[in-house]
Design a protein around this ligand. Structure first.
Ligand code: PHE
Length: 462
């Protein structure tokens, strides 16, 4: 294990895993999903999902990784035998697909950073139509996404301690600071309280099966669960570390960034008289409008730094997404890390091209001939969401029936003496044997039959 590399310290692992978790999911996807799914009701279900379902799955994944000390495939195979390895491969595939479209959105954010800081983006009059044009300006988007993938590859090819840890130590504190600054600003605007109310006062009749599904998927996505990312990172964790405590810190860090992002966005949305349910373009439209109103100089500085920090946050997530297949090829196929990293990033970049071209330039990719005619990017993102919750469900079944919950508890006791007797261990045991597999299983079946077999019990015909 020593030649695979380890995180040099406890804080190194926590920062890396939190860096993986905090990303576009928190700042871009969480606010727009909350905006389209009822605001406070969504937030409430999201928080419930984090505590009841996601936290136990996170602990389970890290435990599997540290015990087995291998990549996602190798860990399942080592603890469960040959066939379980496929569950690891399923996760690796999900990671590859996520990175393919995630990198495109990161390219948008990178472009916004450059256009705000060095261009004249903030001079536009209509940021909604600007966004539409921008994501279809294939030349720049191609270059920015390409650049993003190259930076990710450079860092991942450096290996664990040097590359991944170092990148994370810079980004997290900066992100918190700028979020808090922007929240203070947005709360002082007229009509901000309507936004706060939308975001924090739940109306129970707005919670539907759709809210529950999207909140759960978002929670899994945001915590980087269900696809072997934390198994892979867990495999670099040393035995003296307290897994449960680390998982709690990672969950709190991630959830707080998402929460703060919402608290920044919705007062702005309402004070600008904008529509909260405008989908993926929400932060690109609302925030640029806010930066514009700060005046040409301040807007440029604050807006530029904000999008730069989003890029950093996205980068620590793309790093973790690329690390999952990279670790697989390095551990299982004994290939050199550098060759694997560059090969995989090239392949994933190409896989992302249909997503890049799906925002209008290629009409076929913009409206796929499927139920509800999604664009290619949304199609892949929905598919990945489903892969994450099914992956999480199968992981619980793996622990319950194959690896056995006692072995997991034994692993968690290492670095956390007294854990097995604690109430927390009873709770996590109960969650992983009953609550998570049953709820995740039911939701997976409902969603798959709804989305791909047209049964329409969750989403209706809309
Ligand atoms: N959690 C990341 C985000 O919120 C995305 C991600 C998902 C990263 C799955 C790794 C694995 O942006």
């Amino acid at each position: 294990m020593s030649n695979r590399g380890n995180f040099s310290s406890r804080i190194g692992f926590i920062l890396a895993a939190a860096g993986s978790a905090v990303g576009l999911g928190n700042i871009w996807r969480f606010p727009y999903l909350a905006g389209t799914n009822g605001g406070a009701g969504f937030l409430l279900i999201y928080l419930i999902c984090i505590f009841t379902l996601c936290f136990p799955v996170m602990v389970g994944e890290i435990a599997i990784g540290r015990k087995a000390g291998s990549d996602a495939y190798g860990s399942y195979k080592k603890l469960g035998g040959g066939t379980w390895g496929y569950l690891g491969l399923y996760g690796i595939l999900a990671g590859v697909l996520i990175l393919s479209y995630y990198n495109v959105v990161a390219g948008w954010a990178f472009g916004y950073f450059l256009e705000i800081t060095f261009g004249n983006l903030l001079n536009h009059a209509d940021f909604g139509s600007f966004f539409g044009e921008y994501v279809n300006s294939i030349g720049p988007i191609f270059m920015f996404s390409f650049g993003f993938m190259v930076i990710t590859a450079i860092i991942v090819s450096q290996g664990i301690a040097k590359g991944i840890e170092a990148a994370n130590k810079i980004m997290m504190p900066g992100l918190y600071l700028i979020l808090i600054g922007l929240i203070i600003y947005s709360l002082t605007l007229p009509n901000a309280s309507a936004g706060v109310e939308f975001y924090l006062v739940p109306k129970l009749d707005q919670i539907t099966s759709k809210t529950i599904f999207y909140a759960l998927c978002q929670a899994f996505f945001s915590l980087s669960l269900g696809m072997g990312c934390l198994i892979t990172y867990g495999s670099y964790v040393t035995k003296d570390q307290n897994i449960v405590k680390s998982a709690a810190i990672i969950s709190i860090a991630d959830t707080s960034v998402a929460f703060l992002a919402g608290l920044m966005v919705f007062p702005l949305v309402f004070s600008l008289g904008a529509e909260p349910g405008q989908g993926p373009k929400l932060i690109f439209v609302i925030l640029t409008q806010a930066f514009q109103s700060m005046g040409p100089v301040v807007g440029r500085i604050v807006g530029g730094s904000f999008f730069l920090l989003i890029c950093f946050a996205a980068l620590t997530s793309t790093i973790s997404l690329l690390e999952v297949p990279a670790a697989y090829f390095v551990d299982q196929k004994k290939l050199p890390r550098k060759a694997v990293v560059w090969g995989m990033s090239g392949l994933i970049f190409v896989l992302g091209l249909p997503s890049m071209f799906s925002q209008g330039v290629v009409p076929f990719l913009n409206k796929l001939p499927l139920h509800n005619a999604p664009d290619f990017l949304s199609f892949v993102s929905d598919l990945c969401d489903i892969m994450l919750i099914t992956g999480g469900c199968l992981m619980c079944l793996f622990i319950r029936y194959k690896w056995k919950i006692n072995n997991m508890n034994e692993e968690l006791e290492i670095g956390n003496t007294g854990y097995v007797q604690s109430w927390l261990s009873k709770y996590l045991t109960f969650a992983i044997t009953w609550v998570c597999p049953i709820l995740l299983g039911i939701l997976s079946v409902l969603v798959i039959t709804d989305k791909y077999f047209g049964l329409e019990w969750l989403f209706g015909a809309a």
